[in-house]
Design a protein around this ligand. Structure first.
Ligand code: SAM
Length: 221
């Protein structure tokens, strides 16, 4: 993939930062829970173990990701988010909860996956409420498309999973269609990790607007 021609699935938001977010962001380079992606991600170096690893794209305020990581200490988690205040937030939560199984970075997740994750190395990939880009002229910005499925298939190990939730039926219809056309994935009922998960911020917003939530789970064959 040519990184400079890649269509971004986000516009960088520059919302107001709280004081604690500012402090965690200012100190992030010294924070062992934060990494700058510069070379291939070394699981052993970052987690000091070889536990299976799940990568979450666009963790937002980070509450769901930290709650799952807390519940499953036998797994490792990488969180990638471009939204700075989300990164500040999650670093605070990780530190407060003393979690040792999450590492986060502020990066375009597509570029990160392509360049810094070893092929066939992930146990799972999750995307909770990826930006829906509802206008037709913006569909090309949606992160989940045929190229993304091929990339995910390359990075997730056999029998690993991809979990997606969205409140935009037009996006979920498209996601189901492209997975149906891709013979490398098999749709499954659910993934044990997410059975009793908390609702995310964007999910609550979708529900308040009367949107139907669609959860999709696939296994890599
Ligand atoms: C609609 S929000 C959902 C946030 C959270 N998962 C939730 O459910 O509340 C989508 C998030 O994905 C992030 N995002 C979008 N494209 C991304 C990309 N290519 N790499 C990393 N983060 C991305 C955005 O910054 C945003 O915070």
């Amino acid at each position: 993939m040519n990184n400079s021609l890649h269509i971004k699935s986000f516009v960088k938001r520059s919302g107001r930062l709280t004081n604690s977010q500012k402090i965690y962001l200012k100190n992030k380079e010294k924070d062992l829970n934060f990494f700058s992606a510069e070379r291939e991600f070394d699981y052993k170096e970052f987690f000091n173990n070889y536990n299976p690893c799940v990568l979450d794209i666009g963790f937002g305020d980070g509450k769901l990701l930290t709650s799952i990581a807390k519940k499953f200490p036998e797994l490792n988690f990488i969180g990638i988010e471009v939204y700075e205040s989300g990164v500040g937030n999650i670093l605070k939560q990780i530190s407060k909860e003393e979690l040792t199984n999450i590492k986060v970075s502020c990066h375009d997740a597509v570029i990160f996956l392509e360049n810094f994750i070893t092929d066939n190395s992930l146990y799972g990939l999750s995307l909770f409420f990826p930006d829906p880009w509802p206008k037709k002229k913006h569909y090309k910005r949606r992160i989940i498309n045929e190229d993304f499925l091929n990339l995910a298939n390359r990075k997730i190990a056999k029998n690993g999973f991809i979990k997606i939730a969205t409140d935009w039926s037009n996006y979920s219809d498209h996601i189901i269609k492209i997975f149906d056309q891709n013979t490398n994935f098999e749709r499954i009922n659910d993934i044990y990790l997410y059975k009793k998960r908390c609702l995310t911020k964007f999910e609550k917003r979708g529900i308040s607007l009367g949107h139907k939530i669609t959860e999709l789970s696939y296994k890599v064959k």
